[in-house]
Design a protein around this ligand. Structure first.
Ligand code: GLU
Length: 440
């Protein structure tokens, strides 16, 4: 409950005019968190009144995004289905002479000869922003701004105010780029006799150069690309939440439920927030770590290619053993796909091919095989294998023992260490590959 003891109602109101940017996830999230924290209502509203730019596919895009993120909304509205409602309020303003039909001289082809303009009382408006503090505007410079092309074709400022009014929105949390829209919306609110919601304009999001965003900037990338690249929804939301909000504690890793608990408007911050892609990797990795072992396994399996699964020795027991190594190595699951593409996983499931020169020396392989044969296959772990081999390798020169061992197991210039490889492959396969190398 807020201070007025009214039920909190927030809304997120994207316009389906393009693939939803990841930056917008933050605004959606803040509205969701605030509603949930206060046992309120979270509304999703598609602001699709511009027929030239709005597309169903873009609406589907953000709906899919909400499903992926797991952000549940309590109601969904589409502005294009509310024309009659807006019309009624436009007529009311016309009757009360708070708006008027204005004759225009079209400057360009397609421009209208008639629009509906708001009769600006030309005064000062001010509001108390929950983030930015008191903001005052002289609205004179706005003139009698256009609120509708016609009774059937209202524009953004008008529909947004009517909807927030009728839907009982108590808190408008949105990005700072909307601050300059607020005075017009306050004027329309007053004209309609609508109560004023609380405004909280969250900081702008900057890239690391604090520069203007280019099209390829990670902030403006279509949000679902992060899903497709193997980020976890919880990781992405954790990262986004911290752009412009801080919990006031040292805690940096949050589940969605923990964010709900911790969130408050008071801790939204004014200065621009820097979108640091490395921090996203770090946070996402922490979320990956928190998955259960079966979850890790099944997600990794989903990221393997058909080709890999069709390899002669592909088996899920071995994949199971490989999971901890892979998890250590990645910050998002897309990296698994890259590893597959680079041939960094195939050798776990098929005997590597190489020439004997690449082993550098075969001299110590027989003794190495002996040592490994002495190990118990039920306790064939990297630390135990290392312990068994280490003294020998130190005596003969590590490069002379460990390089051929690693190469025999992977056939690769770069791979995990030979002990890890041996553990994943298991005793039999390790010995088989070492024998193959010895006999080359
Ligand atoms: N539909 C607007 C937009 O996508 C948001 C309106 C608002 O939050 O007030 O930018």
């Amino acid at each position: 409950m807020n201070s007025e003891n009214k039920k909190v109602i927030t809304r997120f109101a994207p316009s389906p005019t393009g693939k939803f940017h990841v930056g917008g996830v933050r605004t959606a999230l803040y509205n969701y968190l605030y509603a949930r924290k206060n046992n309120g209502t979270f509304i999703l509203r598609s602001e699709d009144t511009d027929p030239a730019r709005s597309k169903k596919e873009y609406e589907d895009y953000f709906l899919e995004l909400f499903t992926w993120l797991g952000l549940e909304y309590d109601a969904f509205y589409r502005q294009s289905e509310r024309t009659e409602i807006y019309k009624k309020y436009l007529e009311q303003l016309l009757v009360e002479d708070k708006a008027y039909v204005s004759k225009e001289t079209p400057k360009e082809e397609g421009e209208r000869a008639e629009v509906i303009r708001f009769r600006n009382p030309n005064g000062k408006v001010s509001f108390e922003d929950a983030v930015l503090g008191r903001i005052e505007f002289d609205t004179t410079e706005l003139g009698d701004f256009v609120i509708a092309r016609s009774l059937e074709s209202p524009l953004y400022h008008f529909t947004v105010v009517v909807d927030d009014f009728l839907m009982g929105v108590t808190h408008i949390i949105r990005g700072q780029e909307h601050v300059s829209n607020t005075p017009r919306q306050l004027l329309i609110q007053e004209a309609l006799g609508a109560p004023r919601p609380i405004y909280a304009h969250a900081s702008i999001i900057l890239n690391e150069e604090r520069a203007k965003l280019s099209k390829r900037d990670p902030i403006v990338r279509p949000a679902l690309e992060y899903r497709d690249e193997g980020y976890l929804p919880g990781g992405l939301m954790n990262f986004m939440a911290l752009l412009g909000w801080n919990p006031g504690t040292e805690q940096e890793i949050f589940t969605l439920a923990e964010l709900v608990q911790a969130f408050s408007l008071e801790r939204l911050q004014k200065p621009g927030a820097i979108f640091n892609p490395e921090k996203l990797e770090w946070i996402n990795k922490e979320h990956i770590r928190q998955l259960s072992a079966p979850q890790k396994f099944s997600i990794i399996r989903d990221y393997l290619s058909e080709d890999l699964r069709n390899l002669p020795d592909y088996n899920e027991d071995r994949l199971q053993k490989l999971v901890p190594t892979l998890i250590d190595h990645i910050t998002n699951f897309g990296m698994i796909r890259e590893m597959v593409a680079n041939g960094d996983l195939a050798y776990y499931f098929s005997t590597p091919k190489y020439t004997k020169e690449m082993l550098k020396t075969q001299e110590f392989l027989p003794a190495l095989i002996n040592i490994i044969e002495g190990l118990n296959e039920n306790n064939f772990t990297a630390p135990i294998i290392k312990e068994a081999v280490w003294a020998f390798a130190t005596e003969k020169g590590r490069g002379n023992v460990l390089w051929p061992m690693r190469f025999a197991l992977s056939g690769k210039e770069k791979s995990p260490d030979p002990f890890t490889l041996a553990e994943v492959l298991g005793k039999d396969e390790t010995i088989k590959r070492l024998n193959y190398a010895k006999d080359l």
